[in-house]
Design a protein around this ligand. Sequence first.
Ligand SMILES: C[S@@+](CC[C@H](N)C(=O)[O-])C[C@H]1O[C@@H](n2cnc3c(N)ncnc32)[C@H](O)[C@@H]1O
Length: 263
Amino acid sequence: MAGHDTVPLARCSNHHEIEPRNIDEKYRQYVTIMNSSPVKSSQSGVHQRLDSVVLRHLKSDWRQPLHQPTINAFEKLLALPGFNAGRNLILDSGCGTGASTRLIAEQFPDSIVIGIDQSADRLSRLGFEEFPCSIGNTFWIRAELASFWRLALENGWQLERHYLLYPNPWPKPAHLSRRWHAHPVFPKMLRLGGQLELRCNWEVYADEFARAVELVCDNAEISRESARNEADWDAIKTPFGSKYGRSGHTLFRVQADLQPCSH
Ligand SMILES: C[S@@+](CC[C@H](N)C(=O)[O-])C[C@H]1O[C@@H](n2cnc3c(N)ncnc32)[C@H](O)[C@@H]1O
């Protein structure tokens, strides 16, 4: 990314314009300080209850009340200058610092790209202090994903692409339902459609995710691949993906074309 001279001003929800600090520099500092161990789990394959859990969620209409701060943040996002839900929409769900959101937005300049994360600490590491915020076609919002996805669906959003980059793996078998594909919101999340991409460093998570997509959208086109480094795939990299690659982990990704998904 270019320096301050060419980076447009960031716009935040109070409609004040602020000059972002140098995002590239922050990103480099952030990714070089981390290292990590591979995921450890007593589970070596797809969880034996995965199918029954996913099918149960598919049959029931999950109606947990929406998270109020997420409703408020969603409304502010809709009102942000330059936001247009009618344009091609891309989500970077669980974006962490939001560095990947910027890279996705550079790759798809004609789309609106929204990075969503619940962690104020992570989101603030690139220099912003309030959310939602935007620079050009990149938007960042602090929100809880299960509520955000349902609000997006209620507002009729249909996505062009949807990235889930290195979600928390929840490797204990007892924590199956905390993994996104076994969460009650999963069937609704898939209804947002588009080209869905999951990345992770635990093969079991990738296998389960692909299986769950197949169960919910039996005609979705699903592909799976692995790599040593995110650069083997494309220019979209994340702090966690970089850390795992540097630590020698195999990276996995699942891509699914949800256009034909009619559940
Ligand atoms: C392992 S980090 C990956 C961050 C980033 N995608 C990357 O690859 O560097 C997972 C992120 O998901 C976010 N997250 C987990 N559960 C969430 C939820 N229910 N709503 C919003 N964000 C969530 C966490 O705050 C965290 O930043």
